[in-house]
Ligand binder design. Sequence first.
Ligand SMILES: [Fe+2]
Ligand SMILES: [Fe+2]
Length: 177
Amino acid sequence: MPDKTQRLVLNNDAIDAAKRSIGDGPITPGYGPWRDDIVRLLNDALATELVCVLRYKRHYFTAHGLPSPRIAEEFLEHANAEAGHADRIAERIVQLGGDPDFSPGTLQKRSHADYNDSKDLRAMLESNLVAERVAVETYRQMIHLIGDKDPTTRRLLETVLADEEEHADELRDLLEE
Ligand SMILES: [Fe+2]
Ligand SMILES: [Fe+2]
């Protein structure tokens, strides 16, 4: 039986507080102390997406010489999808009042996934599948950590996670052909 003594009431003090500190844009004081942590997690994810764009671009252009135009096209599609993820993550970082870190010097160090310059098609496919699985695992952990602390970021990460799962699935199919 649900506890009827628990009333669902809004916190009016927090609503009043939201009328102040308007320089924070969409981030109200009720947001909690998580903003810096979430911005840091998002910046690591941004670095990961950017490294994935570079790896897929490299593979797209080098796979073109191989008898595999379909796989090369798949790499290009993934490169564009990862670039879209990077844009949406950077946009959310700015909404949270953070600085999106596009600094190329530290990109690989901050990225969860690795760059890869294989010339062999199978090695390309395998390195991309590993990177997608790393992305799936990191997004799953981020979604769990964020929980109900930031529903908008969580929703964004859930849609990105679904894309990464689809990428991993496609790469596995290509490896099994
Ligand atoms: Fe991605
Ligand atoms: Fe992906």
